[in-house]
Design a protein around this ligand. Structure first.
Ligand code: NAD
Ligand code: UGA
Length: 315
């Protein structure tokens, strides 16, 4: 890797990845258009350190309209994270924005890299939501059956990557992350909302009975997976990127209580359409082919996220 493009560089995972790349001494172009899924100021805060680095060049541009020809010269590696995430909000009128930001952006990017032999690797951020529900550790060969509109758009984008690999040799790998957490987590996600409210002694919303489970992945492990996928000699592959810890939301809340030394006020609400009951990653393929080995368990990760949120509350 010598010159890198990161799409979605102001977001949760994209900004953490960009930080790692710059710390590794690499040159990075970052694109983001501050979509309105959460406060623009939060995304600007994610960029604060990055934009002070001489090897970082930030472009406030929308992938739906940007001219990739003006950007891709000299770029050899692309990490494509820009998307509209969020499972539960993908119903109704907002679906158009999911199609635009998840499918059309990816198709535009693939069109512009398909003739460029200078691109050595494209790493696409896919999602465990392509699967739908899971009853145990699930490998990549399970037939995807998304149960949310968001999952449908991520699967479409992932399959477009596969098509451009097969037909034009685009050197792409897709990473299906499982519920990523840690500092900078999006404000709509469970851990962020819950830790904030527990610290403020406000009620926390729990959808359903709290017995749904997730394979929680710490953000630095997801970042490492991106680097491994970029350095790997394989292309055209899809990998599950999960964490060390699989637990229920109720168990996660108990951990938050223990670490904050505060009692959570549980507000049980109806289960949400589109939410899988369980997700559980079989990461054998990523371990065997990429050498991926998650290192942060949920206890350590929640501790780091609590420390971050305490600082945010103080500001
Ligand atoms: P995020 O919303 O924090 O980051 C996405 C960034 O992309 C945002 O800053 C947004 O402004 C930008 N963006 C969106 N559309 C754009 C466009 N058209 N042009 C330019 N910029 C645009 O989300 P995140 O949680 O960091 O997710 C990053 C990626 O990982 C997404 O592709 C998401 O689907 C995927 N993913 C996330 C998780 C998770 O648990 N966070 C799990 C699985 C997959
Ligand atoms: C997360 C990301 O938000 C998606 O972008 C991503 O694609 C997906 O992971 C994935 O793995 O592919 P999700 O698992 O819904 O989606 O992540 P959280 O928002 O952290 O929710 C986890 C669980 O907590 C869900 O069952 C949700 O219903 C529940 N939850 C969430 C609550 O009970 N209360 C809340 O306030 C928020």
């Amino acid at each position: 890797m010598s010159k890198i493009l990161v799409t979605g560089c102001a977001g949760f995972i994209g900004s953490t990845l960009t930080e790692r790349l710059l710390q590794d001494g690499l040159q990075v172009i970052g694109i983001d258009c501050f979509t309105t899924n959460y406060d623009r100021e939060v995304k600007k805060r994610n960029l604060r350190w990055l934009i002070q680095q001489p090897r970082f060049h930030f472009l406030e541009q929308d992938l739906l309209t940007t001219d990739f020809n003006l950007i891709l010269d000299g770029v050899d590696t692309i990490f494509h994270l820009a998307a509209l995430p969020g499972v539960r909000t993908s119903w109704g009128a907002d679906f158009r924005a999911y199609v635009d930001n998840n499918i059309l952006t990816t198709q535009r990017l693939l069109e512009s890299v398909k003739e460029r032999t200078s691109i050595k690797k494209l790493v696409f951020s896919s999602s465990s939501s392509v699967y739908g529900g899971m009853n145990g550790p699930t490998a990549e060969d399970q037939i995807p059956r998304p149960i949310s509109p968001y999952g449908v758009t991520k699967l479409s984008a992932e399959q477009l990557c596969g098509l451009y690999h097969k037909n034009f040799g685009v050197p792409v790998n897709s990473l299906r992350y499982f519920t990523v957490f840690g500092p900078r987590q999006r404000p709509d996600m469970a851990f962020h909302r819950m830790i904030h409210r527990i610290l403020r002694e406000e009620p926390i919303p729990i959808y359903g009975d709290g017995q749904q489970s997730r394979d929680f992945t710490f953000v630095e492990d997801a970042v490492t997976a991106n680097l491994l996928a970029a350095h790997s000699s394989v292309t055209g592959e899809v990998f599950n990127i999960g964490g060390i810890s699989h637990l229920t939301i109720n168990e996660a809340v108990q951990l938050m209580e223990k670490q904050t030394q505060k009692k959570a006020i549980r507000n049980f609400l109806p289960a949400q359409a589109g939410d899988p009951k369980h997700t559980w990653a079989d990461i054998s393929k990523a371990r065997n082919i990429l050498g991926y080995k998650p290192t942060f368990d949920v206890e350590k990760g929640i501790f780091l996220q609590i420390e971050e949120i305490k600082q945010l509350i103080k500001q």
